[in-house]
Design a protein around this ligand. Structure first.
Ligand SMILES: *Cc1c(COP(=O)(O)O)cnc(C)c1O
Length: 495
């Protein structure tokens, strides 16, 4: 048999034994029902519980053995509607204020459907989906005033983006030989800096990149929850005096606990004077560049060497869509590309289109996260998205005013952006333990009520109720419900 005959019989086999339906019209009709159901769900989020506990019997439905035979698409859809959808996290709901989680959007959802229909793999090669990703990179360069030579990459989330920044910074300080020799061979002992307000993924990145968490200096916060820059300078001096090599500093644009923004301009000055890589974790906060009100407070972000951020938080793109942008694109490329990369890349045909995204991060196969991001920005427009960010910050101020007006409640941190930390304190003196216990239980009761879902955080050993306004669906009435319910539950618990 010649080679072409083998290929032909293989493709014939595929047409006989394929995953496509024999009846496309029936699939189309079932598809419309699925679309109707999820749009019905989205349009009725206001009337549904934010979250509800998962009954044990429902949980056990997902412990069945591997199904060897088929089931109908309709029955799988029914299982989703009855057994999965009602017991999800609830972050799309207007009452969801827990942690820092985005709400998604109908436009993003539809774009995700198109992307998965296309089943594009954005590792590389010459294809239009990569131009969509490059378009987003170009918009981000514009937003952050980064040069045309800056590189960028979609990743799962800010955790991965922060890790990539540590790797690029490591190679910047040690040179590309570190890729062969590892850290062990280097006479330089690297030290990194961040603040006590930094997200846990910064420490994890330092660990995963082999720097070692003993070499991450966690700088104290000042009374505005910003990195204490006097302490930062002293710590750098001490480390140098001990023969260590400071290489990386991660500032925060929106801390996860209280939404504080470090003095980015001042950190940029220190980084420049000390020859440190200036990275910003702007997981949610960096997108506030779209808000005319908040953007001036991010001054200095344009001086960063790299910024990690998420489209899936304040920009409401459906999960997951994180991004890393690096000022020095060639350094970013040299951190990940294999030395023989250019030799293997074609200049024409399907295998052209260099440089490829797989040369800028650890992933080879990559989904089309750019499409739902492109649809979101294109359809709503950057100004509308910025106005959503303003709205959530206004709601945070509204909640602060309500808390300040209630003697039984007290604020626990300043409101810099969209995060409000407060607690129930009652009318009489109570111990820290009592208050921690009462507030932790108020939060759990609120979750189980399905009415509203804030999260807990601990500030200087005190449990606070944290309402993070990220979701575009939150309205004043959801904030009113939060205050009413905290007062009601607090009064029941702290007699
Ligand atoms: C959410 C968040 C992260 C982690 O981002 P993921 O997208 O969840 O990986 C890091 N830093 C801050 C400040 C965050 O809010």
């Amino acid at each position: 048999m010649s080679k072409s005959q083998t290929d032909l019989s293989a493709s014939e086999n595929t047409t006989r034994n394929t995953l496509d339906p024999s009846d496309w019209q029936a699939l189309r009709e079932q598809g419309y029902r699925m679309l109707d159901d999820i749009i019905d769900h989205m349009s009725a989020l206001h009337d549904k519980p934010v979250w509800q506990p998962i009954p044990q019997a429902k949980r056990e439905l997902f412990t069945e053995p591997l199904p060897h035979g088929p089931s109908s698409l309709a029955s799988a859809h029914q299982r989703f509607m009855e057994d999965v959808l009602p017991y999800s996290l609830g972050n799309a709901s207007p009452g969801f204020m827990g942690w820092v989680v985005g709400g998604g959007s109908p436009v993003g959802m539809l774009a995700e459907m198109l992307a998965s229909g296309l089943n594009a793999n954005l590792g590389g090669r010459d294809q239009m989906p990569l131009e969509v990703e490059r378009q987003i990179l170009q918009w981000m360069r514009e937003l952050f005033s980064f040069p045309e030579t800056a590189s960028g990459l979609f990743v799962t989330g800010a955790s991965m983006a922060n890790m990539i920044s540590v790797l690029v910074a490591r190679n910047n300080m040690l040179g590309q030989s570190v890729r062969r020799q590892g850290l062990a061979d280097s006479p330089k002992k690297l030290v990194a800096y961040t603040s006590a307000g930094a997200h846990g993924c910064i420490m994890q990145a330092i660990d995963l990149c082999g720097i070692g968490t003993d070499y991450l200096r966690v700088i104290e916060l000042d009374d505005q929850y910003q990195m204490n820059l006097v302490q930062l300078k002293q710590t750098i001096d001490n480390d140098r005096a001990q023969g260590l090599t400071p290489f990386f500093i991660a500032g925060s644009a929106g801390t996860v606990d209280v939404g504080a923004i470090d003095d980015l301009d001042a950190i940029a000055d220190i980084a420049a004077a000390e020859n440190l890589w200036f990275h910003i974790d702007g997981a949610f906060g960096a997108m506030a560049m779209l808000s005319k009100k908040i953007a001036p407070r991010l001054k200095g972000i344009e001086r960063a060497d790299s910024i990690a951020f998420d489209f899936h938080k304040w920009l409401q793109v459906p999960y997951d869509a994180g991004f890393i942008i690096v000022r020095d694109g060639s350094l970013h490329h040299d951190t990940f590309a294999s030395p023989a990369t250019y030799l293997r890349r074609e200049t024409r045909g399907l295998a052209g289109g260099s440089p490829w995204p797989c040369d800028f991060g650890p992933d080879l196969s990559r989904g089309f996260r750019a499409l739902k991001t492109w649809f979101t920005i294109k359809v709503y427009g950057a100004d509308k998205l910025g106005s959503i960010i303003d709205k959530t910050c206004d709601l945070a101020q509204y909640l602060k005013i309500k808390v300040d007006a209630q003697p039984e409640l007290e604020m626990r941190a300043p409101v810099a952006l969209n995060v409000v930390c407060f607690r129930y304190r009652g009318n009489h003196a109570a111990t820290v333990e009592q208050l921690n216990d009462v507030n932790a239980n108020i939060i759990a009761d609120l979750h189980e009520s399905g009415l509203v879902a804030p999260s807990a955080t601990s500030i200087h050993g005190h449990i606070a109720i944290r309402a993070a306004m990220i979701n575009h669906r939150i309205e004043q009435r959801n904030v009113d419900i939060l205050v009413e319910q905290v007062l009601r539950l607090g009064r029941l618990k702290l007699l």
